[in-house]
Design a protein around this ligand. Structure first.
Ligand SMILES: [Zn+2]
Length: 243
């Protein structure tokens, strides 16, 4: 079944991991609609711009598959909103920068390329609205552990340590793996308009909170000492004024 001009449902749901573990990886109608939106809004125009095929290393991940690979709890892959992609003859960085340069309607785009088995661009699209968040995964022991958000300017200035000096781009291998920050669950955690307004109305700026913490950590003695010194200062200034 075709989802868009260039992408089929089969390639968006195919998973070596699921096949090996004999896990069915079948999206619901809602998830298929999300996959279709991702393909038509982001992947098709990207494919057009690249002028060559895009390989989807991991698209839709059913809950069982997501659990198996220890994916983020509310992974956008599970909703059919994300795909991990590679492109033959293109570096991962080029692919990443092209998504940004084309100003595609992405929710998140993540550069994942510091491990021999995690080599792809993660890109997501949310039909309900897109944050345009750009991230660069940081790895420890072959696993992505942090996802700092970077600006488009920083992303476009990045250079690729994976490209050989002769400019030849190797074929990318990969092992399907967790590749999103847990914060992806944020949409639901975001305060509602009402809550946000309530918070804004409260006169509790950071300064006050900071002072409260410092009092807590300081001993009673030092607090009272401070008070005394403030008092004596006041007295001194009063004396000054009297003179
Ligand atoms: Zn991904």
């Amino acid at each position: 079944m075709n989802l868009s001009r260039f992408f089929t449902l089969a390639e968006m749901t195919r998973s070596d991991t699921a096949t090996r573990a004999n896990i069915p990886n079948e999206p619901t109608q809602t998830e298929i609609a999300n996959l279709r939106a991702l393909c038509t809004s982001v992947l098709d125009p990207l494919r057009d711009a690249l002028g060559g095929p895009i390989k989807v290393s991991s698209g839709y991940r059913g809950p069982a598959l997501n659990t198996l690979i220890h994916g983020a709890k509310r992974s956008q892959h599970v909703e059919g909103k994300a795909a991990d992609i590679q492109a033959s003859g293109k570096s991962i960085l080029e692919l990443f920068q092209t998504v940004i340069r084309l100003n595609l309607p992405f929710d998140q785009v993540i550069y994942e390329a510091q491990s021999p088995t995690v080599v792809w661009v993660h890109v997501s699209h949310n039909p309900a609205g897109n944050r345009g968040q750009i991230m660069r995964a940081e790895f420890e022991n072959g696993r992505a552990v942090r996802y700092p958000v970077i600006s488009a300017e920083t992303a476009l200035a990045m250079t690729d340590p994976n490209v050989r000096r002769d400019g030849v781009v190797p074929e990318w291998s990969y092992v399907e793996a967790a590749d999103e920050p847990e914060e992806v669950e944020a949409p639901r955690a975001k305060p509602t308009k009402k809550q946000a307004a309530k918070r804004a109305a409260k006169p509790r700026p950071a300064k006050r909170a900071a002072r409260r913490t410092s009092i807590k950590t300081k001993s009673v003695k030092s607090t009272s000492a401070k008070r005394t010194s403030v008092k004596s200062k006041t007295n001194r200034s009063k004396q000054k004024r009297r003179r």
